[in-house]
Design a protein around this ligand. Structure first.
Ligand SMILES: CCCCC/C=C\C/C=C\C/C=C\C/C=C\CCCC(=O)SCCNC(=O)CCNC(=O)[C@H](O)C(C)(C)COP(=O)(O)OP(=O)(O)OC[C@H]1O[C@@H](n2cnc3c(N)ncnc32)[C@H](O)[C@@H]1OP(=O)(O)O
Length: 220
């Protein structure tokens, strides 16, 4: 067993409890996320910043009273409801995530319309190239999973065709083919003026997943 495997936990939460937690902690992440652009753009004066920091310190003191240790991991229940709430690109509880809400079409194409605030800046006024990679890693990985071949990113190749603006963007991906444990996926990010970044990815199912799948299929 690897550390990765031990972070897949069936915590048996009923659906109502999952919904309650989503409604409680999702808005907290939204509040924290909204602070990030303000940290960059606020023109508050010395006294206002001092007061704002006192309020934030008070909130921090409350939030750290009871907390889990370590990363969120992947949690699921008997109904097969998976939660990756700490995920850096899509996690419901992660203020760093844009967050991405990824949809699936009947033909297996996955897509997301998302918003990058000014905290994702790289070149002046534009999206950081590493943030584009974050988004495409997630969306292409989801396409591999939806296509029946979930895996770790082995290779992610990006072509930055033109600068990606900040603001409202679209990303999508589609499984091209599966070869053994490898899923080949393509996708892109588009802004209002068309495609900015093209991506190709190879997602590789770790041996433990391939073994689990073979065992499962042998039982059929
Ligand atoms: C209890 C329920 C569990 C359900 C679990 C379900 C899924 C879990 C898995 C993933 C989650 C799914 C979706 C994720 C969503 C979003 C995306 C975010 C993804 C990430 O953010 S993820 C972090 C970045 N990622 C890494 O941190 C990878 C580090 N790395 C490794 O963990 C290993 O390196 C690994 C596993 C990649 C390969 O290891 P390995 O030992 O299995 O590979 P091996 O040598 O056996 O090669 C087998 C065949 O792949 C070819 N090959 C090998 N390496 C290659 C490479 N890099 N590129 C292209 N081809 C490669 C060989 O050439 C051979 O090809 P051939 O069969 O044709 O000869």
């Amino acid at each position: 067993m690897t550390d990765v495997v031990s972070l897949y936990v069936n915590d048996g939460l009923p659906e109502e409890e999952i919904a309650r937690q989503a409604a409680l902690y999702g808005p907290l992440a939204e509040d924290i996320r909204a602070l990030i652009p303000l940290g960059i753009s606020s023109r508050a004066d010395d006294d206002e910043i001092r007061r704002a920091r006192e309020h934030l310190a008070a909130a921090t003191e409350i939030l750290e009273r009871r907390r889990d240790s370590g990363p969120f991991g992947t949690r699921f229940n008997d109904a097969g409801h998976f939660r990756t709430w700490g995920n850096a690109a899509a996690g419901l509880r992660n203020a760093v995530a844009p967050p991405l809400e990824v949809h699936t079409d009947p033909d297996g194409r996955v897509w997301t319309d998302f918003h990058l605030h000014i905290g994702y800046e790289g070149p002046a006024g534009h999206t950081h190239g590493g943030v584009s990679a974050l988004v495409l890693d997630q969306v292409l990985g989801d396409a591999a999973r939806v296509g029946g071949s979930p895996g770790m990113t082995g290779t992610l190749t990006l072509r930055y065709r033109k600068p990606t603006p900040l603001g409202d963007l679209h990303a999508e991906a589609k499984l091209d083919r599966i070869e053994g444990r490898k899923a080949f996926v393509t996708g892109h990010i588009a802004g209002p003026d068309g495609i900015c970044v093209e991506a190709e990815g190879i997602f590789i199912a770790p041996q433990w997943i391939a073994d689990a799948r073979a065992k499962f299929e042998a039982q059929d």
